[in-house]
Ligand binder design. Structure first.
Ligand code: NDP
Length: 340
């Protein structure tokens, strides 16, 4: 069983040498009397929260254990099941190890894949945790209505690209920001955003938002924080909603400048709400009913960045982390495990 082992906690950003590939043996049998699953991992998701798990400090996710395989969301095929809800051959997505084969002793964390006519890798992205994040934050937290003005930051990311397309499905006007020419182009040409802009080229974010939203913003889906959030506050409309999904500019050791414009929200009765996707997983079937038909008929697209082979996983993760913060990433990053 090839595995990617987490060596030890990191300060700053991880290097490839903070992980290593090893081969160990694993029994492909479920232990007697256990309700565990033995799975063959097919796709492994690279997500920004994994950086926090490589550090010892407490956060909302538990840290990795040095000397053990990395863990994260993935797509797998069940080889053997001790659980009545799963059988050999089922496809599942959920938390798994960064290895070829895993023994999953908490099968309740796995969701059976009922629709395999779409790319299975999508279950690490648009049909997995990032897609659910978009759905929860946009549909559940923001209660959008047809015709509303929607702004999404980090709009071409794993989450953002879904938010924009959900907004379009509802008949909203949607604008996204991204940090490169390629991202802006992608948002407009492939992901259906009405407009997009490169925030790095804007001297004055307030002026940029006024240009794209002369009548103001009804819904802001917040992925970045810092200066962007501050500028958005000056452009919200009466009874607008802000979903606080992530604040990537605050994840660095060097914190962005503080927020100055909070007071702008009082008179307009703006609701700003944080959320965690895990609290909304019961809505997953509802989300699938909404999104699957549009994926099938090509109305909704999803851009991925797939690294081939488990041996390339450390490099993919390191490049994800540097890309996440420098903005050089494009598309949802994931690993095709191979050896199928
Ligand atoms: P993305 O793929 O969107 O990557 C993050 C992007 O943020 C980068 O590509 C970069 O793009 C942009 N960025 C990085 N640094 C800055 C900065 N200083 N200022 C502005 N933009 C910056 O990530 P995901 O789609 O995976 O996640 C989006 C957000 O959602 C993250 O903040 C994540 O933590 C959060 N999240 C929250 C969950 C929840 O339950 N609340 C669940 C899952 C994710 P560029 O600069 O080129 O635009």
């Amino acid at each position: 069983n090839k595995q990617i082992i987490f060596k030890d906690y990191v300060t700053g950003f991880p290097k490839e040498s903070d992980m290593f590939l090893t081969t160990s043996s694993i029994s492909l049998k479920v232990p007697e009397g256990s309700n565990a699953l033995v799975v063959k991992n097919l796709y492994l998701s690279c997500d920004s929260y994994m950086l926090r798990m490589m550090k010892p400090s407490p956060s909302y996710v538990p840290s990795y254990v040095p000397g053990s395989p990395l863990r994260g969301y993935g797509v797998a095929r069940v080889l053997e099941s001790g659980h009545p809800d799963f059988k050999r051959g089922d496809l599942v997505w959920g938390v798994t190890g960064w290895e070829e084969y895993s023994l999953i002793d908490t099968p309740d964390t796995q969701i059976r894949i009922e629709h395999a006519d779409v790319p299975l890798s999508y279950y690490t992205g648009i049909l997995g945790m990032p897609g659910m994040t978009a759905y929860a934050g946009f549909m559940e937290v923001c209660s959008p209505k047809k015709g509303e003005y929607v702004f999404v930051s980090a709009a071409s990311g794993a989450v953002g690209q879904v938010v924009g397309q959900l907004a379009k499905l509802l008949g909203c006007y949607v604008v996204g920001s991204g940090g490169s020419k390629e991202k802006v182009e992608l948002l407009k040409s492939k992901l259906g955003f009405e407009e997009a802009f490169n925030y790095k080229e804007e001297q004055d974010l307030d002026a940029a938002l006024k240009r794209y939203f002369p009548e103001g913003i009804d819904i802001y889906f917040e992925n970045v924080g810092g200066k962007m959030l501050d500028a958005v506050m000056l452009n919200m409309r009466q009874h607008g909603r802000i979903a606080l999904c992530g604040m990537i500019s605050h994840y660095n050791p060097v914190q962005p400048e503080g927020i100055h414009n909070l007071m702008a929200l009082i008179a307009k009765g703006i609701r700003m709400q944080g959320f965690m996707v895990y609290d909304y997983f019961d809505k997953y079937p509802k989300y699938l009913d909404l999104i699957l038909p549009h994926i099938r008929d090509g109305k909704v697209a999803y851009v991925e960045d797939i690294a081939e082979g488990l041996e390339n996983a450390p490099a993919a993760l390191v490049s994800l982390f540097s890309g996440l913060f420098s903005g050089s990433n494009l598309g949802k990053p994931l690993i095709a495990v191979g050896g199928d």
